[in-house]
Design a protein around this ligand. Structure first.
Ligand code: F6R
Length: 629
């Protein structure tokens, strides 16, 4: 999509794992530990089961690894280690428990080759058996370790260089990977390789970096080179060379990342999650910037221009995504069905592939993903694309796999999202869905007046969102009163039904409280049985076409002594007489209400998580980019 070149990789119907990889090559020996730790901390949101480091030094390779957070690793590190090539890894465990021995980097028997890996080596058992027969001794339960021994095995044939041994090893592997590899006898050199796991090279003046994503590189440089699938690169003190696995040299110029280095800092916020909630108005501003022609009631989406004609011909849009992005897609489904003039349906990416969809030339697929790396979404996208269907993307991370795989799309421009629970990306996704609705609608029957109204209301949103943020103090007080409850029900209708699901998802993730989201109308068909004075409900009840019916549902809960918090439209005094607590949001048109109504729910989840003493930026068992299926 957009300026990113078509992605050439073959369809790989397998999984890769999350984890964060970071490394550097420097012209001179420098203190490696602080640089690697800083890079790893910026990638920690990708996984935080264990971490490790390896650095070439004058006395061979220095390596330490530790289960637990990066802070645990930091405690056992000598900060004065000098090196000209070092790698680090933060792990989200797949093969092998999150123990010290299973942490990366892994090494060869002679402790000369060290590598960190993101991905899964599918044929590792076969390789391991062969290597054991060749007397290799393994010290972990991971799939990754086989590759360190494999490189060593090839190098045992003295005629094979380090580079060639890595290339031959990569050719022997079936699976997905991003690798960083160092060799004790070649200080000042890193070999990196990519297949279905993201990896980019950052070009500084004195130092070159490698990382799983740009957030770790941004403090050092904004000039990056993306590695493509099936490529490896050799980084030395003086240059870098990219080649494919058949040794064909590849020329690639660098791209400039537009994200500012400040975007990956907490600034004065205690957590990234809170910072990112406060960035929600800006995320909407960035999503609409230059994309609204108010006078003509149009959305100008450069990324869709190349397929504008194809879009005129479609009459059905399948939207697919996971988690919070799925919920944005669900609201998008309501928007497009109601105002976009075509039929829309949402499908979990993790299910879409297994359905027999009757697709035809008038169908298009839209994948939504903040990270652009979610394996389920990528897998669904590749499967549908293989059937010849037009594929579109709504993606935040530029150059990510989903951005490359889709034929056209719209970038969110929400900036990096570091908090594991998605917040600002969600409102940005909703904004882009509204823009796409306007774009499609105006290609079809939507009137100029209706188009203008949507455009004007979109333009007015950021100021209204800032107003919601001024109520954070009140929301914090409400969260304090309710944070000890162990169950919550979130209820809403139509556009605010997926908002209820998002409120429940966020509370579950951050506070580990059991929370369920339901369509308010469905509540009486079962969940109402749970209601008691110990089971609060949060109603999203703006003054829209669903209001009267929602109020009936509130009455039903109150009649059973259930505590109720309502998110309601400013000026609605009546509701405060009905419920225990109200959080007011400004008025907007119905289809844009979720962008305002979700903000109190994000803040509520955040404060409840904080009051319960959790690490809200890194909730247990979760990782930011879910690149396993
Ligand atoms: C929830 C959350 C996840 C993601 C989901 C999809 O707070 O963050 O549910 O929304 O894993 O991720 P992306 O958007 O990167 O594809």
């Amino acid at each position: 999509m957009l300026s990113i070149k078509a992605h050439k990789s073959a369809f790989i119907d397998i999984i890769n794992s999350m984890c964060g990889i970071f490394g550097f090559v420097s012209k001179n020996n420098i203190k490696a530990v602080p640089i690697i730790l800083d890079g790893l901390k910026r990638l920690e949101y990708r996984g935080y089961d264990s971490a490790g480091i390896a650095a070439t030094t004058v006395r061979g390779v220095f390596s330490r690894k530790k289960s637990g957070r990066i802070l645990e690793l930091e405690k056992i590190l000598n900060k004065n280690v000098e090196s000209s090539s070092a790698i680090g890894h933060t792990r989200w465990a797949t093969h092998g428990a999150p123990t010290d021995k299973n942490s990366h980097p892994h090494s060869s028997c002679d402790k000369k080759i060290y590598l960190a890996h993101n991905g899964i080596i599918e044929n590792f058992r076969d390789l391991k058996d062969k290597l054991i027969r060749n007397n290799h001794k393994f010290s972990s339960d991971t799939d990754t370790e086989v590759v360190a021994h494999l490189v060593e095995d090839f190098m045992n044939d003295k005629a094979t260089s380090f580079e060639e041994a890595v290339r031959l090893s990569l050719k022997s592997i079936v699976g997905t990977y991003a690798f960083t590899i160092i060799y004790a006898d070649h200080p000042g050199k890193i070999i990196v390789a990519r297949n279905s796991s993201p990896l980019l090279i950052g070009l500084g003046d004195e130092i070159k970096f490698v990382a799983s994503d740009a957030s770790a590189i941004l403090p050092h440089t904004r000039n990056v080179v993306y590695l493509e699938d099936g490529e490896f690169a050799i980084l030395t003190k003086n240059d870098f060379r990219i080649a494919n696995l058949d040794r064909k040299a590849i020329e690639r110029s660098h791209e400039k990342i537009e994200w500012s280095p400040d975007a990956v800092k907490k600034n004065n916020f205690p957590h990234f999650m809170l910072k990112e909630i406060y960035e929600e108005p800006e995320a909407v501003e960035n999503a609409i910037r230059g994309r609204l022609v108010i006078r003509d009631g149009l959305a100008k989406l450069g990324g869709l221009e190349t397929v504008e004609k194809d879009l005129r011909n479609i009459n059905r849009l399948i939207i697919t995504a996971c988690g919070t992005a799925y919920l944005a897609g669900q609201i998008g489904e309501y928007m497009i069905e109601e105002s976009g003039g075509i039929s829309a349906e949402i499908e979990y990416a993790s299910e879409l592939r297994y359905k027999k969809n009757s697709l035809n030339a008038k169908t298009a697929l839209l994948a939504i993903s903040q990270s652009g790396e979610t394996a389920d979404t990528l897998g669904a996208l590749k499967e549908i694309k293989r059937k010849g269907i037009l594929t579109l993307g709504v993606v935040n991370v530029i150059g990510s796999s989903i951005a490359r795989e889709t034929q056209a799309g719209v970038y969110n421009h929400a900036g990096p999202e570091i908090g594991v629970a998605s917040t600002k990306a969600f409102v940005s996704q909703l904004t882009v869905m509204a823009l796409i609705t306007l774009f499609l609608g105006r290609q079809r029957g939507m009137s100029l007046i209706a188009g203008r109204k949507i455009a004007e209301e979109l333009q007015a949103l950021p100021e209204k969102m800032k107003k919601v943020l001024t109520r954070a103090g009140d929301i914090k007080k409400i969260a304090k009163r309710y944070h000890k409850f162990n169950n919550f029900l979130f209820l809403g209708r139509k556009y605010n039904y997926p908002v209820a699901l998002e409120g429940a998802l966020k509370l579950k993730e951050i506070s580990y409280i059991h929370a369920e989201g339901y369509g308010a109308g469905e509540m009486k068909h079962g969940p109402i049985a749970m209601i008691s004075k110990d089971f609060p409900s949060i109603f999203i009840a703006p003054s829209d076409s669903m209001y009267e019916k929602t109020v009936n549902n509130i009455q039903e809960i109150k009649a059973r002594n259930g505590p109720v918090i309502a998110v309601a439209t400013e000026g609605n005094k009546e509701i405060s007489k009905l419920v225990d607590d109200v959080i007011y949001i400004p008025k907007t048109i119905e289809m844009l209400t979720p962008i305002l109504s979700v903000m109190p729910l994000h803040l509520f989840a955040y404060y409840v998580g904080v009051f319960r003493g959790h690490d809200v930026d890194k909730p247990r068992n979760l990782a930011k980019s879910v690149t396993v299926e």
